[in-house]
Design a protein around this ligand. Structure first.
Ligand code: UD1
Length: 437
């Protein structure tokens, strides 16, 4: 795995003020680049966060398969895959994240075979790819599993009636990308409908695909024979926007986040108001501000349009500053509170439970997974040396460090670099004293 051995040294204790513009969404941009491989024509992607690790890895994976990057600068990418010259990429690229699994569709469509190393990703749960593999089989692929890789073959892909056991983002994307060029209609029942998926649908539609999103979480793809090139602007990163918003409010600050999109953040915005902070919707962004004592809240993470699981870690830090007892029930990943032990070192009062502390039991009821958290506040966080275990937790450690008066050293920042573009630049602009050492 590509590791960055540097650390962040951050002097906290000051409220955030000022404005920043957020980047294009990591969780859409990487998939858009892969979807471009469905055509031999150029695809032009703007607002692409080209500096983050996830996009760099996507580029390396696509290049290994035959894609040429004709432009990769100024947040613009022009990609073209005239020919696919390999059916595989190295295991060292596969282990970095889960993006490689999405190359199966283009590879099957273009060369009839895909050899995919076992994927890696954050340590937030088992994160299997069984939904992906089962769907690909239903579309006509033959799947063989080996110790270190999966081998998939297909002479012809045909539309299928696929029901996902859970609205998985990755599996929905994999089916979408694969089914556009399959013969006939594909139904994805219980599909994920995250804004990033809608962005992929928008680009596929520009490329010539026929995709309908029904009101009941069913996506219907009518296969076409060929796709063409397109221009597409990546939607803004609602995870990045929420992370900065939490930092601003937790530090009792007031910031404007340009490009933050209200429609992609409805449940987050409601939670901000419910805890007694506020926001103002502007023409080109959202202003978030502290306006007095914060109140506790109970939150359940969920698939879109619910409260996104990736918002959970920075929101937990915000809840350490709330006056009272808050609760978060994580229902998307079984193991997404791994980052809490480091926060306790900084003085956070957070207890984890294996019970479903929400209104409804989730898939992890009657398991030993610590998937509910009780957060007591307000607590004064103190500086410490902390180690980042995954990408979203990474930003939340930075938020904790912003609150702690004194010097906090944050280690393991390759996880932060994987998902956040120019993080030091943006935080410095908001008044944070942060250095890479
Ligand atoms: C994507 C996002 C991630 C976000 C997540 C949920 C990217 C690069 N990552 O991850 O930031 O937290 O959506 O919004 O876009 N599952 C299975 N079998 C499968 C697939 C998924 O059991 O084959 C389970 C997972 O273990 C998890 C749940 O389904 O418990 C949701 O996972 P999924 O939506 O697929 O997440 P990703 O696409 O990996």
């Amino acid at each position: 795995m590509r590791k960055n051995t540097s650390k962040f040294l951050l002097k906290g204790g000051k409220p955030l003020h000022g404005s920043i513009k957020i980047s294009g969404a990591k969780n859409a941009a990487s998939k858009l680049i892969i979807a471009s491989m469905l055509t031999d024509q150029p695809v032009h992607i703007t607002n692409c966060p080209i500096g983050i690790g996830e996009i760099i890895t996507t580029r390396e994976i696509c290049e290994a398969l035959g894609t040429k990057f004709k432009k990769y600068s100024n947040n613009e990418v022009i990609v073209q895959t005239k020919n696919v010259h390999s059916n595989s990429f190295s295991a060292s690229l596969g282990i970095i994240n889960r993006i490689g699994v999405l190359t199966v569709g283009p590879l099957l469509q273009r060369v009839g075979e895909a050899k995919i190393p076992r994927p890696g990703g954050d340590k937030i749960g088992a994160r299997p790819i069984d939904f992906h593999l089962s769907a690909l089989e239903q579309l006509g692929a033959k799947v063989k599993e080996y110790k270190d890789f999966y081998l998939l073959k297909a002479t012809k892909l045909k539309g299928a009636n696929i029901s996902l056991p859970f609205p998985s983002v990755g599996a929905t994307e994999n089916i979408l990308i694969t089914a556009c060029l399959a013969e006939g209609k594909t139904f994805i029942h219980n599909a994920a409908i995250e804004p990033e998926i809608m962005d992929i649908i928008r680009m596929l539609q520009k490329m010539g695909a026929i995709i309908d999103v029904m009101t009941d979480r069913t996506i219907v793809i009518t296969g076409v024979e060929k796709l063409k090139g397109a221009n597409h602007n990546v939607l803004p990163d609602r995870l990045e926007a929420a992370s900065f918003a939490c930092a601003a409010i937790a530090s009792k600050g007031d910031i404007t986040i340009y490009d933050a999109s209200q429609s992609d953040m409805i449940s987050f915005l409601n939670s901000i108001r419910l805890i007694g902070a506020d926001y103002e919707i502007l023409d080109n962004g959202i202003r978030f501000f502290y306006k007095g004592k914060l109140k506790p809240i109970c939150i359940e993470t969920d698939v879109h349009p619910g409260f996104m699981t990736d918002w959970q870690p920075p929101f937990v830090i915000l809840l350490t500053q709330v006056d009272g007892v808050s609760m978060i029930h994580e229902t998307v990943y079984e193991n997404r509170f791994g980052y809490v032990s480091e926060l306790k070192k900084m003085g956070a009062d957070i207890e984890l439970y294996d019970t479903c502390l929400g209104s409804l039991p989730c898939r992890y009821k009657n398991t030993n997974y610590l998937h509910s958290a009780v957060i007591k506040g307000p607590t004064t966080l103190k500086p410490a040396n902390i180690h980042v275990p995954d990408i979203r937790a990474g930003f939340s450690y930075l938020v904790a460090a912003i609150l702690a008066k004194g010097e906090t050293m944050v280690d393991g920042i390759h996880y932060i670099d994987r998902g956040y573009e120019n993080i030091e630049g943006k935080l410095s602009k908001l008044g944070v004293d942060i250095k890479r050492v």
